[in-house]
Write a protein that binds this ligand. Structure first.
Ligand code: 48F
Length: 263
């Protein structure tokens, strides 16, 4: 069979824009393709919701690829192990409550599982702002403002485009980028002790892992924080290369949003 380059181009354009158009009115937009975002995307898609995940880089995975200090093995605790084994990541028990997994196997499998569950993945796409609406004096996040990452990296003056979403998951990790933008640009109060972003504290894995899950919640109408972003928002500790809290946070945010959407 001879190949026609124009047909190849047409196939890419038509299928990509079909995916893009079906994301104009999302149930859930997830920003950040780290372990918490990938897990949330998989579970929400599995539940049948219209969900898309936006990741600035070419590859999903965030801080999971490199294990600890590029020693590419990860550690998870027993309570979270099902979130790896359910998608087929091989794990090995390491003393009592600890399990290890290959960081590359875990990252690629979580990414693939989210995709195959039906989550639409937009890599190479940066979320630079949110869309806000006010009703009866209450402001709510109603969508995301996105741009192509190469445009962002090159610093080109190109306007973004906007997609609507009933809920937004801020899973951008330590930097809490989307929430930072919301707070910087608008006169808003978050559901935190100070009303702003509390910031992250130094290493304390045990407390941090528990708090990651506790802090996974709706911090502003329509906007949930998950993963390391939840800890940074509510002023908890960092935990280094243990990833169970990130996976459990993704599971919790998916369950909480699913419950809201199902009413
Ligand atoms: O940081 P990251 O892996 O998020 P996470 O799910 O997991 C944290 C752990 O990896 C690790 C840890 C475990 O103990 O502490 O740090 O909280 O992934 C965040 C992803 O978000 C992307 C970024 O490239 C990364 O892949 N990201 C950040 N800002 C944006 C973004 C943005 N504005 N638009 C799109 N993607």
């Amino acid at each position: 069979m001879s190949l026609d380059e124009r047909v190849i181009t047409q196939a890419i354009l038509e299928t990509y824009f079909e995916k893009f158009k079906s994301s104009l009115d999302l149930d859930v937009a997830i920003v950040g393709g780290g372990p918490s975002g990938m897990t949330a995307a998989r579970l929400l898609a599995k539940d049948g919701f219209n969900v898309a995940l936006f990741e600035r880089k070419l590859s999903l995975g965030g801080g999971m690829w490199g294990g600890g200090m590029t020693f590419n093995m990860i550690v998870v605790q027993e309570e979270s192990v099902h979130l790896l084994t359910d998608v087929g990541v091989p794990v090995k028990r390491y003393k009592d409550n600890y399990f290890t997994a290959d960081a590359v196997a875990a990252t690629t499998t979580l990414a693939s599982a989210a995709c195959l569950a039906g989550a639409k993945i937009f890599n190479c796409m940066s979320v630079e702002d949110v869309m806000l609406r006010e009703e009866n004096g209450v402001k709510r996040v109603t969508g995301i403002v996105i741009n192509s990452s190469p445009v962002e990296i090159a610093g080109l003056h190109v306007d973004p485009v906007v997609l609507g979403s009933k809920y937004l998951v801020e899973a951008t990790g330590h930097a809490v980028e989307v929430l930072q933008t919301l707070v910087r640009k608008n006169d808003v109060r978050l559901n935190t002790p100070s009303g702003g972003i509390e910031g992250e504290q130094s290493m304390w894995a045990d407390t941090a892992e528990i708090n990651t899950v506790k802090n996974t919640r709706e911090i502003f109408p329509g906007l949930y924080v998950a993963g390391m972003a939840a800890n940074a928002s509510y002023g908890s500790y960092r935990m280094g290369p243990i990833f169970g809290g990130m996976l459990l946070s993704g599971e919790k945010v998916a369950a909480d949003i699913a419950a809201k959407l199902k009413g």
